[in-house]
Design a protein. Sequence first.
Length: 95
Amino acid sequence: MKYKNMNGMAAGIPNSVRRGVYKRDGWRCALCDSTDGLQIHHVRPRGKGGADHPMNLITLCWRCHAMGPSSKLTLGWPPNTRAARMETWMQQSGK
């Protein structure tokens, strides 16, 4: 269950930003292409200075979000172009 603040936003991310990230990512998990249980993930955690800006947000399904994207990318799973693009983007962003 996502906790919402008084403005109705989960994790403090405005719904307009959340919808924009989902749209940008094709309403699919950036790692496995699933469309089930989509969630927004901060690439650079908020606790480490990560912002709620779309360039720091990515769409993940609940399974990939629960496992953590770093472990999957390190293991090379799944072998698809979306994961390769994500890995390149994460390396360039200093994650």
